[in-house]
Design a protein around this ligand. Structure first.
Ligand code: NAD
Ligand code: MLT
Length: 312
């Protein structure tokens, strides 16, 4: 008997090669389905592979009569109803390491683009406007970067920021003084970090506790002229509060890869000249996409052939 695998977001073709090569798997690739279409199709499948676009809601899971395993080709599993999956005995695996480097590199690219206003200057030049006055930036050297969430990506960003001669202060509930010392970073509470930082970058998962962690109260505590990066998840920063803080002149720059609603529908923030943005591209490299798809493909194979998963 063959197992039916549905891939409902674009995944690297090289990354799903292990599944194509293994015996006993029929692969269907059907992307851009509406929730209704996915609900109608999901009952035919034993495994579902997704990135961040497909919303695997309770309603979908309740229709997934044969589904045994969901593979998330990436880190964040906030697009999957884990409680519903568990109730229905469906295993959820992700690829926790595969895109760490790409996400850290994207964060640094966004930080530097924002500090030096590179997208804005490029846009002016594209419009044949040679303007050297409007795009005066600030240096990173000797500035303090506040890192909220010092996990895999946050730690890589902290190491790169130190390479830029920045001071780093971090908050993470699992950060110990010994670990901070070893990494050469200062540590404190979220309040300490937002008060001390010239630049802030968030690298937590989106959880109940981290939704709007950076809110109007946090913006009030920040230094005037602070610049902020979000390459983790839309919703960690309260977008309305960010908009107000930029309009009030408190925040001098924001670099956003992720948004409260994706695909984005509210473009208000992007109308502000202080904001640089990408459409959730943190993990969009050839290398990362291949690794994360290989990781979840191998776990699907392992699950159906050996009854185990590695989730790595
Ligand atoms: P990770 O699990 O290694 O690190 C997350 C860290 O956040 C952990 O150390 C955890 O202790 C910390 N944390 C949890 N709750 C916190 C809180 N309330 N305050 C401060 N810290 C808290 O995960 P990671 O691989 O570093 O990924 C981090 C985030 O980046 C995830 O949300 C992930 O989905 C997102 N991400 C985005 C992209 C992208 O394309 N933009 C790519 C990869 C990952
Ligand atoms: C992730 O959580 O891994 C990122 O959102 C990257 C992605 O899969 O788009």
């Amino acid at each position: 008997m063959n197992y039916n695998i549905l891939i409902s977001d674009p995944l690297s073709e090289d990354g799903i090669y292990p599944l194509r090569q293994a015996d006993g798997f029929d692969i269907t690739i059907e992307t851009n389905m509406t929730p209704e279409q996915l609900g109608e199709r999901i009952g035919d499948f034993d495994a579902l592979l997704v990135r961040s676009q497909t919303q695997v809601t309770r309603a979908i899971i309740e229709k997934a009569k044969h589904l045994k395993i969901i593979g998330r080709a990436g880190v964040g599993v906030d697009n999957i109803d884990l409680e519903a999956a568990t109730e229905h005995g469906i295993i959820v695996v992700n690829a926790p390491d595969g895109n760490t480097n790409s996400a850290a590199e994207h964060t640094m690219a966004m930080l530097m683009s924002m500090a030096r206003k590179i997208p804005q200057a490029y846009y002016a030049l594209r419009n044949h406007n040679w303007d050297r006055k409007s795009f005066v930036g600030v240096e990173l050297k000797n500035k303090t970067l506040g890192v909220i969430g010092l996990g895999r990506i946050g730690a890589e960003v902290a190491a790169r920021a130190k390479g830029q001669r920045m001071n780093v202060i971090a908050y993470d509930p699992f950060l110990t003084p010994e670990k901070a010392d070893k990494m050469g970073v200062d540590f404190g509470s979220v309040e300490d970090v937002v008060r001390a930082a010239d630049f802030i970058t968030v690298h937590t998962p989106l959880l109940k506790e981290t939704r709007h962690l950076i809110n109007a109260k946090a913006f009030d505590m920040m230094k005037p002229g602070v610049q902020i990066v979000n390459c983790a998840r839309g919703g960690i920063i309260d977008e309305n509060a960010l908009y107000d803080a930029i309009k009030a002149g408190k925040v001098a720059g924001a670099a956003l890869d992720v948004f409260e609603q994706e695909p984005m529908v509210d473009f208000r923030l992007l109308d502000l000249p202080e904001v640089v943005a990408t459409p959730h591209l943190g993990a969009s490299t050839i290398e990362a996409q291949e690794i994360v798809a290989v990781d979840v493909s191998n776990d699907v194979i392992r699950y159906f052939t050996e009854g185990t998963v590695r989730n790595s």
